[in-house]
Design a protein around this ligand. Structure first.
Ligand SMILES: [Zn+2]
Length: 332
């Protein structure tokens, strides 16, 4: 879907947000360019057209925007003299078109927005723009979900892993989350746990950055990358090894009934070459979960429960240190 854009000035001439003076150059002799209409956020009876980054247009309802957001209310109350489009007032916004689309979907297609099913890109867009346009309900909803996925309490971390994995399933999304946490000054647990997620990524992927669906790429700035690398050193040299100590556990007194269980007279690391290589690598990447389940598979329920408890305790100690900023100090 597209529409002729004949009232828009050349790029760079208009301020980031439309104001009464910004239409003085409307109707210039610039060649006409195509402006796309959003496929679903184009209501025929809408009464205002928002244009994101001069690329994508949304025809929505002024009253709803004004009611949800004081910033939109102020923006729309300014009298503009620009040329209307399809009889509607046109307001240019500097926002990323995809991001504005996510925000407007959450506002105007409310039933299709379920925060707990959001991918990172959608959640980030809604949190970023609900903060910018001061939309308290959406901001709180998205922030609460982020806090749920990245809890300050390390014991909760295991329980929320499924939601967290789902949220960050796009490759490199943790990089986007670190940047979002810095940009919006989110509470420390989120930023620290996002840096931790970055540390579980292969270095090459970390350097390649987070590729968003619009083709743009986000990377960590050099200072944050340095902080991440330093934290990674601390994790590999100290915390990952500590978290892997469950592989060294022995319990000679435990009686196992199934004859097939290897028992805990000898530690997992001494019994299994696979465990040994995992332990020696000091690695703690997400794929480790699959690897350790494989290692634990021959053990009986009693032994497995002992080992899992030990593993849980080790992970909690590590995550507590991450949350408290011991692994990623702001200055180092
Ligand atoms: Zn056993």
């Amino acid at each position: 879907m597209s529409v002729n854009r004949d009232v828009d000035p050349p790029p760079g001439k208009r301020p980031r947000t439309e104001d009464p003076d910004s239409d003085s150059d409307a109707g210039t002799t610039e060649p006409q360019t195509e402006l796309k209409k959003h496929e679903t956020l184009w209501f025929d009876d809408g009464n205002v057209i928002l244009v994101a980054s001069r690329i994508l247009a949304f025809k929505v309802y002024r009253g709803v925007l004004s009611r949800c957001s004081g910033v939109f209310r102020d923006l729309l109350s300014v009298k503009l003299e620009g040329e209307p489009m399809e009889g509607c007032r046109v307001v240019h916004l500097p926002d990323n078109p995809s991001e504005l689309g996510y925000l407007l979907s959450a506002l105007f297609l409310r039933s299709s927005f379920i925060v707990t099913q959001c991918g990172f890109e959608e959640l980030a867009a809604i949190l970023r723009l609900s903060t910018k346009y001061s939309i308290p309900g959406l901001r709180q909803e998205s922030l609460e979900f982020l806090n749920y996925c990245f809890p300050a309490n390390a014991t909760m971390h295991e329980f929320t892993s499924l939601k967290r994995r789902n949220l960050l399933k796009a490759p490199g999304a943790a990089i986007g989350l670190v940047n979002l946490a810095l940009e919006l000054k989110l509470d420390a647990p989120i930023g620290n746990l996002a840096l931790y997620e970055c540390c579980t990524m292969p270095i090459r992927d970390l350097c390649d950055g987070y590729k968003r669906s619009d083709g743009t790429t986000e990377t960590l700035d050099s200072k944050t990358m340095g902080r991440c690398m330093r934290g990674r050193d601390i994790l590999v040299s100290t915390d990952f090894r500590r978290a892997n100590q469950w592989m060294n556990v022995t319990r000679p007194t435990v009686l196992c009934t199934p004859a097939t269980c290897p028992g805990l007279n000898i530690s997992v690391v001494r019994r299994s070459p696979k465990a040994q290589s995992l332990f020696q690598s000091g690695h703690h990447a997400p794929q480790e979960r699959t690897a350790y389940m494989d290692i634990l598979q021959p053990y009986c329920r009693v032994c497995m429960s002992i080992l899992m408890n030990e593993r849980g305790a080790g992970r909690q100690t590590m995550l507590s240190r991450v949350v408290q900023g011991a692994v990623f100090p702001k200055t180092w």
